[in-house]
Design a protein around this ligand. Sequence first.
Ligand code: SF4
Length: 421
Amino acid sequence: MEDKVIEKLKILADAAKYDVSCSSSGGKRKNENKGLGNAEGMGICHSYTEDGRCVSLLKILLTNFCIYDCSYCVTRKSNDIKRAAFTVQEVVDLTINFYRRNYIEGLFLSSGIFKDADYTMERLVRVAKKLRQEHKFNGYIHLKTIPGASEELIKEAGLYADRLSVNIELPSEQSLQQLAPEKNYKEILVPMGSIKDQLVQAKEESRLFKGAPVFAPAGQSTQLIVGASAETDKQILQLSDQLYKNYSLKRVYYSGYVPVSSDSRLPIIMEPPIIRENRIYQADWLMRFYGFNVQEILDEHHPNLDLDVDPKLAWALRNRYFFPLEINTADYEMILRVPGIGVKSAQKIVSARRFAPLQFEHLRQMGVVLKRAKYFITCNTKSMLRQELDSLHIRNKILFGEGSKRSALLTQQLDLFKQVG
Ligand code: SF4
């Protein structure tokens, strides 16, 4: 590989690492015609290591030149950083080259905006088109959609890409105006709406006509930055909820704000809010797979997630009147809400109890985490607890009780003192 390309790769792979909105879940592009590659539906991770080794997706920017100056972005035009731009052919060659060497299973391609949205989008589309048409590449392709790009280009992008994403970045129009004044919500939501319409249309056509062209079969996703602006977790999750419902998003990705440039409009933080990001992911999961709505997870008295306990446990502790739940008779939907019981265990419980009443030992064998669940369930009216406990006691026992991570940490700290003494 030429030195010039390696240098560009270093710069543009590094610049792409702040975008977390890539994942290939759900993509199925079979190699049916002596082409190159085969995208599997699941399990492709999305990281690019600095030494170029064993990455599933080649995650790069086409360029880190940008005409915009979004305050939170390392690529913003006022940042004094090394800039580079790939040609379309260079990205195609790199992808094919890495694919053949088994380094990657696909490409995640984003870009700063050079000249204007259409000029940039047209190049992103050309990369995907060349890969698909000239190289018969059947690996996974995730293309970033540039806000403000024309509908025609977005339509064309969906013909070649498995997934498209438009990053909304900030959780409110007000924050966008403050931190990225050159952007607006309309320019972001219009392409999202257009992708959704195309997805619906393509699905309809595929039902009617065999061989109808596919459009972004792995759907669309977006990214929200957490902690660069003042929105509460409730506001963030409400926005995600609307995006899932109104734009059929496959995933909303959350990225804890990483302080990469100094700007008086940004909060001063030393580290990205990783725990907050993790809790928001857990709450998002509850909304998508556990039947929770935002109002149940957070309300006006609790606008932010508890950082110490996961949102399902926090909900259960606030709503003790639902518990204890008799595991042999409770509805599936309620069993799902018991801390320590996941989707698989809940399914196993409902199916197994048809044959015989379940005991705690059966639950343990089904993968139920009894050290959490025991505070919220009974089996044949029996409880594992010797006495009734209030929410505060349960919380403390789960956080600091035997076998908890925190109690392990405390023990380690005591051991350290012992050694000193
Ligand atoms: S438009 Fe995108 S790449 Fe350009 S500064 Fe804003 S966030 Fe960064």
